[in-house]
Design a protein around this ligand. Structure first.
Ligand code: UFG
Length: 329
């Protein structure tokens, strides 16, 4: 079976690529390396790469000519804060780009689409844990772009043969448990890469965005899910939509909450390093606490996260950062 992966050299995409290759599928990765990393290019007889932007009509035609049965769409911009300052980047990449890809898929009768959605579609939680029926009222433009695509998918799948999985990621974290992925993200903006960069000395200090939230230690609580568990859910979702010829919309989270401060303290203990941080202002749009219910994914996909404990998340990340900074060979 042939599979197209946009953004296959990025953080989550590169993990999924390895898992798909282990199942012996024929893979075409399309990546413009804006945030992807060339270290994530794989040498494998079933792996092809087109370097370029899927929004470029020539590139789009080339990837569609591969005649994939399934498209995994990871290529998107994902920094919520940036989306509020530079919305056009997000409307172009996340909305227009994805619609352009879906139009081509439908024209060419490519039926199966795996979409990287986000817990950002929910906005400020009205109740916890957040299940899939929670109202979707995004508080940032990034979350809105994901909602717009989810709404289009719902319509297009009613009107055409398209079938899709919309996977609402909570906080993706960790690195490959088997050590196959070594490329770091360019200019990361999420908590854990910033913790790692500070521990390794790339940054002098980091900032905790507020310690006056209504949580036990005053810092925000999030639900971190290991990237290998996320990847596994993608393969299960693909199997599900093909087998049942049905759509699926699911949360992917660990159902465990950890605060920013707890994360920092655990990182210090595990790495035996002191982390320089200061308490800064709250970041606009941050909810005090986010927590997933992943009951639906567990029931329908038989998904069972294995690596999403904080220790595994932090140690797999630390190992990749050490290798990149030549502390480990
Ligand atoms: N944080 C800091 N300092 C930093 C970076 C982050 O204190 O330098 C804090 C944030 O304020 C937040 C927590 O760490 O409280 C996690 O922040 P991230 O930026 O890592 O992640 P978010 O929870 O904001 O968002 C992430 C993804 C979104 C997704 C969301 C779903 O980036 O795409 O998880 O839970 F929608």
């Amino acid at each position: 079976m042939r599979i197209l992966i946009t953004g296959g050299a990025g953080y989550i995409g590169s993990h999924v690529v390895h898992d798909l290759l282990e199942r012996n599928y024929e893979i075409l990765v399309c990546d413009n390396f804006s945030t992807g990393n060339k270290k994530n290019i794989v040498k494998h007889e079933h792996y092809k790469l087109i370097e370029g932007d899927f929004r470029d009509p020539d590139i789009l035609n080339a990837i569609i000519d591969f005649k994939p049965k399934v498209v995994f769409h990871f290529a998107a911009s994902k920094a919520a804060g940036e989306s509020m300052i530079n919305p056009i980047k997000y409307s172009n990449n996340n909305i227009r780009g994805t619609l352009f890809l879906l139009e081509k898929m439908i024209e060419n009768e490519i039926q199966y689409f795996i979409f990287s959605s986000s817990a950002a579609v929910y906005g400020e939680p009205e109740y916890l844990p957040i299940d899939e029926n929670h109202p979707r009222n995004p508080t940032n433009y990034y979350g809105f772009t994901k909602k717009v695509i989810e709404d289009n998918l719902e319509w297009l799948s009613k009107l055409t043969d398209l079938k899709y999985a919309s996977l609402r990621y909570f906080n993706a974290a960790g690195y490959d448990i088997k050590g196959r992925v070594l490329g770091l993200e360019n200019q990361p903006q999420n908590l854990l890469p910033i913790v790692m960069e500070t521990l390794i000395g790339e940054r002098q200090e980091m900032e905790i965005f507020g310690n006056d939230y209504p949580t036990p230690d005053g810092t925000c609580i999030r639900d971190y899910i290991h990237v290998n568990d996320l990847s596994n859910a993608h393969l299960l979702a693909m199997d599900y939509i093909i087998k049942n010829h049905a759509n699926i919309v699911v949360n992917l989270g660990s159902e465990k909450g950890i605060s920013v401060m707890e994360m920092i303290q655990t990182a210090e203990e595990l790495t035996k390093k002191k982390l320089n941080y200061r308490i800064g202002q709250r970041r606009a749009g941050d909810a005090a606490k986010l927590l997933a219910s992943s009951k639906k994914a567990k029931e329908l996909l038989k998904w069972n996260p294995l690596y999403s404990d904080v220790k595994t998340i932090l140690l797999t990340m630390w190992s990749v950062y050490q290798k990149n900074y030549h502390i480990l060979s």
